[in-house]
Design a protein around this ligand. Structure first.
Ligand SMILES: Cc1cc2nc3c(=O)[nH]c(=O)nc-3n(C[C@H](O)[C@H](O)[C@H](O)COP(=O)(O)OP(=O)(O)OC[C@H]3O[C@@H](n4cnc5c(N)ncnc54)[C@H](O)[C@@H]3O)c2cc1C
Length: 481
């Protein structure tokens, strides 16, 4: 290591125990917040400077929201919590014996370590597909995907306007392939369909965006495989109603610049997007501990890591088997492997914080972690969702309202909540999408500067137009929030 971070504090000499949290996602952030009044110092390390609300990232990728509406700087979220230092750095290893975390720039000593580094997309050994078929995991990915979608429409328009267009090239440009029909894939496909049917419909003169083909491929026998079959079927029917072609039992065997090969058949497309599978972050490899097939650390019932009682794994990077309780308090008969969803990470982060607080206060550890399963929801287009609350299942607009309320509630920061509620309301009424500026990488610098200025004017207009709208919608949104 070339240099140490300035704040490094050897654990042995620390007056108060030092908790290092790696990852400022749901698990890490809630662990840090849970230590607010604990007699510890906390260092939260993340390779990004923002906390990202991933469940609404697809809305950035499809132009409904901008990235600052679903992400907030970790520093500003934790600014009032004086025992936390935020460090923007990428962790590359851990020495659990010396109790040190290594970043690219240096080393940070810890007394307690919480690993909450999430997942990465799984390209099943074909890392070369990643460049062609981006996955939706970060703000950059969302911008890249939005750029890819908009660029395809722009290129088709340019070609059609030139009068030299051949039907097959236009078809290739206007074919959008989404691989993987879990929650994120279904949300993306539904929203892309509505984007082409509504938001972009009037914007072009030489092509008709409504003629775009949105194809969704899923290797499993049904979409939303973790949902009950009846809800999967309803989601499928609604997607088809929106104009999405849904293909199940469809294994993608190859991805390249000109499309995909599925079950031996080539599908020509310039826009392939990937939400097909995930693997855990390399946190398990850093420690050399037992991991499951998806690379997740097999955590103990108290979320500590076997052989390392002061190291914990929470959220998507951990394989947690625990008892669950349904929304109505019914306890599962046996422990279950918990899904990779935000609530598991949030509750895990809070649990670990309370466990550390008890330990440093000299109290006995709390009971094993259990998961309060409040259910799962997936949105399928603008007004339809499916909700599985375990003993209650429903779909349609009511499920959408529940989805919207819950997701807005969990957005970090009141300003974001109000802004997002208003943005949605506006988009709902006008059926338009606000954020259609091509990201930096997709345009020449000059064009981009112009667009940026237009974007600024547009945002100012949007904010001004919120004022009358907010008088109308604020009571409603405050009720929901
Ligand atoms: C597109 C999408 C849609 C989703 N939709 C839903 C939904 O509707 N409902 C739901 O419940 N769940 C949804 N999920 C899943 C949910 O977002 C995750 O379960 C949740 O984010 C897990 O939280 P986490 O803290 O484990 O990881 P994350 O929230 O992924 O946070 C991990 C953090 O660790 C940081 N990090 C990673 N590696 C390093 C490193 N080496 N050094 C430093 N920092 C690092 C990352 O920058 C990130 O901030 C969705 C996920 C995606 C990708």
């Amino acid at each position: 290591m070339e240099k140490s971070h300035e704040h490094r504090e050897p654990a042995s000499g620390a007056r108060t125990p030092h908790v290092v949290i790696v990852g400022g996602g749901f698990g890490g952030l809630y662990a840090a917040r849970g230590l607010a009044r604990a007699p510890v110092t906390v260092t939260l390390i993340d390779k990004h400077n923002y906390h990202l609300f991933r469940p609404m990232l697809y809305q950035v990728a499809t132009g409904l929201l901008s990235s600052d509406e679903v992400a907030a700087p970790i520093r500003s979220i934790l600014r009032l919590q004086k025992n936390v230092t935020v460090l923007m750095a990428e962790v590359v290893g851990v020495d659990p014996h010396a109790r040190v975390v290594f970043t690219r720039e240096g080393a940070v000593a810890y007394d307690y370590l919480v690993l909450a580094t999430g997942i990465e997309y799984n390209y099943f050994g074909h890392e070369e597909w990643k460049a062609v078929a981006p996955g939706l995991a970060s703000v950059d990915d969302a911008d890249r995907i939005r750029g890819k979608i908009l660029t395809a429409f722009e290129s088709a328009e340019e070609l059609a306007a030139s009068g030299k267009a051949d039907a097959s090239t236009l078809h290739e440009l206007l074919t959008f392939v989404q691989v993987g029909a879990g929650t994120a894939g279904v949300e993306m496909a539904g929203t892309m369909a509505e984007m082409s049917q509504m938001a972009l419909a009037e914007d072009f003169r030489h092509i008709d965006p409504r003629s775009a083909h949105i194809l969704l491929f899923e290797a499993a026998p049904r979409i939303l495989p973790t949902y009950p079959a009846s809800l999967s079927e309803k989601a499928r029917r609604h997607l088809e109603h929106l104009g999405v072609e849904v293909h199940t039992n469809a294994k993608v065997e190859r991805v390249d610049d000109h499309g995909v090969i599925v079950n031996g058949q080539r599908i020509a497309s310039r826009t392939v997007l990937w939400t097909a599978g995930v693997v855990a972050s390399p946190a398990g490899r850093w420690l050399g501990v037992d991991v499951d097939r998806a690379g997740r650390i097999k955590a103990n019932p108290d979320l500590s890591i076997p052989g390392h009682p002061n190291v914990f794994a929470v959220g998507d990077t951990a394989a947690i088997t625990a008892y669950t309780r349904s929304l109505f308090g019914i306890r599962s008969k046996t422990p279950e492997l918990l899904p990779g969803v935000a609530q598991v990470a949030i509750q895990g982060g809070k649990y670990v914080a309370s466990l550390i607080r008890r330990r440093v206060n000299g109290k006995r550890s709390t009971k094993p972690f259990w998961y309060w399963d409040k259910g799962n929801m997936a949105i399928v287009g603008r007004t339809f969702a499916v909700a599985d609350l375990k003993y209650v299942r429903f779909s349609g607009f009511t499920a959408w309202l529940l989805w919207a309320g819950v997701h807005i509630y969990f957005l970090i920061g009141f300003a974001n909540r109000l802004l997002v509620a208003l943005q949605w309301a506006m988009s709902f009424v006008t059926k338009r999408r606000g954020v259609r500026i091509l990201p930096l990488a997709q345009t020449e610098q000059k064009k981009c500067n112009e667009n940026y200025r237009k974007g600024e004017y547009f945002r100012m207009f949007r904010l001004i137009s919120y004022v009358p709208l907010s008088l109308f919608f604020a009571p409603m949104s405050c009720g929901v929030i």
